[in-house]
Design a protein around this ligand. Structure first.
Ligand SMILES: Nc1ncnc2c1ncn2[C@@H]1O[C@H](COP(=O)(O)OP(=O)(O)OP(=O)(O)O)[C@@H](O)[C@H]1O
Ligand SMILES: [Mg+2]
Length: 211
């Protein structure tokens, strides 16, 4: 059976493609047969990154393909252990369709109130559409300080949602790594790799059958 992990958000630029690529890299490295379905056909972030990764000969090779909808991605997922959906921003209908298909739905969010309020609203909307609560998790991204991280975590937990234990600091090295076809677990800095790895591990622990 193919397990499906989806990255969604209404807000753009929160880290969906960043986390999708890191999860794909770590799971592939661990021997899992993975495919990223890039559903953001306008931007094609993961597809573009994949091409760059291939051209630079970065191992392991990760399978990435663009699809116009989650149902098309699902239809092509046979033979893969893990299908990672890199979702588009700002399309509630597509988000609901993706969430309905996924075993785990991850919403990255920044730590400011401006980020947290719409992020919680998005998950409440999915609950209203009967998406099971235990499938929804938050991932804190672009964290500045420890205080910021803990207060954002408290806010999301109070709203009733699970927040992944790990988190990502806002670091140019994460951007640089991805600019060069690498994942955020493959930067030049071991401390940053350790932190992104811890986040991805906490994500893997939430995946039914892997956790
Ligand atoms: N923790 C971080 N530190 C520094 N830069 C980051 C971090 N997380 C993401 N970025 C950068 O922010 C930008 C947006 O990230 P990403 O493409 O993952 O977001 P997205 O949610 O997929 O965006 P979109 O909604 O446009 O698809 C990228 O340039 C990425 O490299
Ligand atoms: Mg994206």
């Amino acid at each position: 059976m193919t397990v499906i992990v989806a990255f969604v958000s209404q807000k753009g630029g929160v880290g969906k493609s960043t986390l999708a690529r890191a999860l794909a890299r770590e799971a592939t490295f661990g021997g899992v047969n993975v495919k990223i379905a890039d559903l953001d056909t306008q931007q094609g972030t993961s597809v573009d990154w994949h091409r760059l990764r291939l051209s630079r000969g970065i191992e392991p090779t990760i399978s990435v393909e663009a699809f116009s909808s989650s149902s098309h991605a699902l239809a092509a997922s046979e033979g893969f252990d893990l299908l990672i959906i890199d979702g588009p921003a700002r399309t509630s209908q597509a988000t609901l369709e993706i969430a309905s298909a996924a075993n785990l739905i991850v919403q990255p969010s920044g730590t400011s109130r401006d980020d947290l309020v719409p992020a919680v609203r998005e998950f409440h909307a999915l609950i209203n559409e009967s998406i099971p609560h235990e499938r929804l998790v938050f991932s804190l991204n672009r964290v500045g300080t420890a205080a910021e991280e803990s207060s954002a975590r408290r806010y999301l937990e109070k709203a009733g949602y699970h927040v992944l234990e790990g988190f990502l600091r806002d670091r140019p090295a994460y951007r640089q790594a991805q600019n060069g076809g690498k994942a955020i677990t493959e930067t030049y800095y071991s401390k940053l790799n350790k932190q992104s790895n811890a986040l991805i591990q906490s994500l893997i622990d939430r995946i039914p059958t892997y956790g």
